[in-house]
Design a protein around this ligand. Sequence first.
Ligand code: DHB
Ligand code: MG
Length: 547
Amino acid sequence: MRTSIATVSVGGTLAEKLTAIAAAGFDGVEIFENDLLASPMSPAEVRVRAADLGLSIDLYQPFRDFEAMPADLLAANLRRADHKFRLMRQLGADLLLVCSNVSPAAIGSDELAAEQLRSLASLAAEYGIRIAYEALAWGRHVDDYLHAWRIVHLADHPNLGTCLDSFHILSRGFDPIGIEAIPGEKIFFVQLADAPILAMDVLQWSRHYRCFPGQGMLDVRGLVGHVLRAGYSGPLSLEVFNDVFRQADAGRTALDGMRSLIALGLPEPVVPTGLAFAELAVADPARLGELLAALGFVRTDAQRWEQGAARIVLRTASGEPELAAIGLESPDPDAALTRARTLRATVLPGEHAIAAPDGTQIVFCPPTTVPRSGHITHIDHVALTQPWHHFDEAALFYRSVLALCPQPSLEVPDPYGLLRSRAMSAGPVRMVLNITQVQGIPTQHIALACDDLVATARALPPDLLLEIPANYHDDLDARYDLPFDHRALGIMYDRDDHGEFLHLYTITIGRVFFELVQRVGGYQGYGAVNAPVRLAVQHSRGPMTPQ
Ligand SMILES: O=C(O)c1ccc(O)c(O)c1
Ligand SMILES: [Mg+2]
């Protein structure tokens, strides 16, 4: 399948966009009109530049508010189209996207829409150009892909087909199964975008929050299946409007887009079965060793500390302690590494090691079984702080390379801003991605699963624990009648429909702190309701000093 991407999807000038898109390995581009209008390059120069970079120009877009207009506007509209066809000839593009009319002047008549689109297609044919008609999710009369297809069918012109855009179809909840009823050769173009589920006006949602397939919650993979079964053989093209991507590095965004398309073509990945270890890079392991010993860990060699299946490695390195590597138990480490390589992940020296977007090393390990040795049984989750403009990239990486399922994003108030948090999980493997724009050194934490938190907390020296304000404990007393002394033990608490969650935090050393968690029943979350209190205390303790 050929790959393409709309220039609107990445940041930079048109020239910078084309360079980044070519470097990421795309076959072609959709030229977005705004990018051309703002460019000092003439259409002919753009054509040459794209050709030099090995990119075909697959589509020019958008052409707006054309169909089903009062008869007296048709001539002016065709004149406007004629200008664009001349432009496209210089550009070397032979496909024009016409999106459904949003003008209040548009008339709700399929016959009129078909008739005017037929005139447009006839004019286009004189230039060797074809028209792809797309239903915008907020079109005035046409907002459904099957409605757009009915009009195309009615118009019955060889130079007129339809353009399917996954966002417009899936955002409105339309069933994509209907795609299979459209003859493949009448699907002239396919645009792909994902999006997080947000309750907002669909136009705002589309223009600001689209993301690459796999980064959001829409079933883009399923839609592509329908498109292929319909017999479509043209390019799969990414069309993403995203405020963050516009500001991010074009090369990195384009590569991420390419990764999302590669992932769509791969079989479902091998799912990891456990968190094998967490490795911290530390200059002076003494303080962390002291903390681990207090938590009941036993040192098994110069660098390794273990308790049950929870393994912490302290690797000597300069700088503040930070999380350097995470071990993932995989039923097939070789296959996991091959998949990562296919998805253009950075493969590191050493066995089965790759780099996550934030530089954290991920190591695929074979599963092991370990006897219990204390109350701490294994690593429950690892929380990583991401730079704000790499959040979606990280989500795609953890999903496509590591087979973790994204959970909905949460927003957590911090005294100095807002923290966005998204868990990625597969069974017992849980990672939490946090982004914050709050000034300070971003923290990372390792949450250790414990089978009796009350007993463990009793044995801990209080000066190693984060002190939780009395107001929090007063509120817990108001809400629940808990059978343990949460106040004296410094334990925080949450409950959902499936079970209970008890947790506490250690002090922060460098960038890293530990959380001890006990899940009772089938509690699904991470105690996010308590995170604002934890963040406020961590700020007041001062380890997150502004950089
Ligand atoms: O937001 C828009 O107007 C717009 C334009 C062209 C498209 O292909 C599209 O999907 C959306
Ligand atoms: Mg589109």
